[in-house]
Write a protein that binds this ligand. Structure first.
Ligand code: PGA
Length: 264
């Protein structure tokens, strides 16, 4: 079941998302938090860092598991997702280093890396809350559209549209890695709760498909329809194709923004 919450704009989306996370961080101890990168959650991390700086949050008992990483990039590469996470979030809060999990982009033994990542999630007791962005092609993490979707952590060839979309972070398109390691769709679906964020009109088509399209591997985000506890916070631009049409269906309920106050 998807609950869709429409935010006024990017800032409002980030604030609403941070309210939900703050509530979970305070209430669930320890909390196993699945995290995403990209431009979408930057504002969310900023809000959480501010709350921490104001003395309102403690990450002592939070464990994090990131969705993905580019193959071939070390944590010191400014384009790696590890670098991103330290820059936007980890270096500003009191999370313990041993509680941070990000799939490595450089490794000798692929299978060991995959097994270790899966095992770390199992050992922690599974993910309580998974934060997600969405690709314009409906990808989740780096689970790209295709004939099938993987359950477990795996290596993927990135689609040309993903390389093109992500090239905005690189000096030129040729520098964008062609492969990534990503948590599988199965593991993502095992999270107890999922929070998907979407901002901007380039996400509108994928978002519309996510909430009311046919569930299919060619749009991985549609799989979320069969998860029991998904919240989507989307800004007006990202939701303009659906906001005035969806009130309630079998798979999705449109929540008024006020309902988010309960997380505050
Ligand atoms: P974005 O990426 O937040 O940079 O738009 C999201 C994604 O591709 O999953």
């Amino acid at each position: 079941m998807i609950q869709l919450i429409i935010a006024n704009n990017y800032e409002d989306m980030s604030k609403k998302a941070s309210k939900l996370l703050i509530s979970r961080i305070k209430d669930t101890i320890p909390l196993n938090l699945g995290l995403a990168t990209g431009s979408t959650p930057v504002g969310l991390y900023k809000e959480l860092v501010t709350e921490y700086a104001n003395g309102n949050l403690d990450f002592e008992h939070t464990r994090t598991f990131n969705l993905d990483e580019y193959i071939g990039l070390s944590p010191y590469n400014p384009n790696s997702y590890s670098y991103y996470m330290w820059k936007h979030f980890f270096s500003h809060i009191n999370i313990r280093k041993e509680n941070i999990h990000i799939p490595p982009g450089i490794f000798a033994n692929e299978q060991k890396v995959i097994d270790d990542y899966e095992e770390a999630i199992v050992q922690a007791g599974g993910i309580d809350l998974q934060v997600l962005g969405i690709g314009a092609n409906g990808h989740i993490g780096f689970n790209e559209p295709g004939e099938s979707l993987s359950v477990s952590t795996h290596i993927v060839e990135l689609k040309s549209e993903t390389i093109k979309a992500n090239s905005r972070f690189f000096e030129n398109k040729d520098e964008v890695p062609k492969k990534a390691i990503t948590m599988g769709m199965g593991k993502i679906m095992e999270a107890k709760e999922i929070l998907l964020l979407a901002s901007g009109k380039e996400k509108a088509k994928a978002l519309a498909q996510t909430v009311k399209g046919i569930v299919e591997t060619h749009c991985p985000s549609t799989i979320l329809q069969i998860h029991p506890n998904v919240k989507i916070i989307a800004d007006k631009e990202a939701s303009f194709l659906i906001a005035d049409r969806i009130r309630a269906s079998n798979n999705c309920i449109l929540f008024s923004s006020d309902r988010m106050e309960q997380y505050g």
